[in-house]
Write a protein that binds this ligand. Structure first.
Ligand code: DAT
Length: 332
């Protein structure tokens, strides 16, 4: 900068402030300085009060809203109706964790040292429903472990459960107070299509129950035991039925329609929604997803209040507004 430019700037400041020229602190005008110091003083005080208060609040208080009660969607339908296939697609697009009762039981059967392995094996081969204590225990553990790893993963698709009255009763006794059942997603498919799909799957699934004999029994069990459970939920208005005999994408289009109607939002919304500048961008990128535009505010409103407060308190835009006046002043 030319010396004359500097001088003329200082001179203009001096003229405006009617103050003598000070070469050491050329831009320190008392009227502006008072404003800025007071503005920043109050903003800093407010910030300090907020941060002190947040330290004083016991951790458990703001942890409570983060540890959400599990939200459950039961996924039911005949064997081979496409429950697993559709659940995988839901997980890809929505913030759900898929828990297949059948997969959990098969894993437990194969686990070394499992006490119930043999019992599970005989029930599966017979196409019968495994005693509820075993299934509930596996489901509960899986839900707890998922939520322990990530508190935001509190939405579950429980596939292939409850399959009979015993299952339902077990769930009501053990889990009713621990989880909320939102609705039942029912994949309606005729028996023959179900059997054909399972036989096709059986060619390379390695499942001991994907054979004609087991399938006949499984279909019978489904009709006698599971259909009444679906009807029971239907009476409560909790069943969302999808015609599952069509191709995968057509079925998923209906599933998507149901989830959207139920108020579900795509994965990047509930996890990474925000008003902009609230850190949702980095949060989304750390999960390999993109942040929702700030105007998709619906999910932001559904974030736990503590997370909203935290996002607002550390909002870079807000912090910028705190230091901007001082920075402008220093820059002249
Ligand atoms: N809509 C669809 N059309 C054709 N095949 C389908 C289908 N949905 C699933 N499948 C195939 C994939 C599997 O090989 C087989 C059984 O599907 P699945 O998702 O494993 O059923 P389920 O979990 O209900 O037992 O059928």
């Amino acid at each position: 900068m030319l010396e004359t430019d500097v001088t003329s700037r200082y001179t203009s400041l001096v003229t405006r402030s009617n103050r003598s020229f000070n070469p050491l602190f050329p831009t320190l005008r008392r009227d502006r300085l008072t404003d800025i110091v007071f503005n920043n003083f109050f903003q800093c005080m407010l910030f300090r009060i907020l941060s002190t208060l947040s330290k004083k609040v016991p951790k458990s208080v703001y942890r409570v809203p983060l540890a959400m009660k599990p939200q459950v969607v039961f996924v039911l339908g005949g064997p081979g109706a496409g429950k697993g296939t559709q659940c995988a697609k839901i997980v890809e697009n929505y913030s759900y964790t898929h828990l297949s009762a059948g997969d959990l039981l098969r894993a437990e059967r194969g686990r070394e040292g499992s006490e119930s392995g043999q019992l599970i094996d005989s029930y599966i081969k017979e196409g019968k429903i495994v005693p509820v204590e075993i299934t509930i225990n596996l489901l509960r553990k899986a839900m707890e472990e998922t939520m322990k790893q990530d508190k935001e993963k509190f939405r579950f698709l429980i596939d292939g459960f409850p399959r009979n009255q015993d299952n339902l009763q077990g769930w009501t006794t053990v889990m009713d107070s621990k989880a909320d059942v939102k609705f039942v997603l029912f994949f309606d498919c005729c028996n023959q299509v179900c059997i054909d799909r399972c036989l096709e799957r059986g060619k390379d699934s390695g499942r001991t129950d994907d054979n004609k004999e087991s399938l006949q029994k499984r279909i019978q069990t489904y009709l006698q035991s599971t259909r009444p459970i679906i009807e029971l939920y239907e009476k409560q208005g909790k069943v969302r039925t999808v015609d599952a005999s069509r191709d995968v994408d057509e079925v998923f289009a209906d599933v998507k329609g149901i989830l959207d109607k139920e108020g579900e939002t795509f994965e990047h919304l509930p996890v990474c929604g925000g008003r902009g500048g609230g850190g949702e961008g980095p949060r989304a990128r750390s999960r390999g997803r993109r942040a929702a535009p700030p105007h998709w505010g619906q999910s932001w409103e559904r974030e736990p209040p503590c997370r909203r407060l935290a996002a607002s308190a550390f909002n870079p835009l807000w912090l910028k507004s705190l230091f901007r006046p001082l920075w402008r002043f220093i820059q002249g």
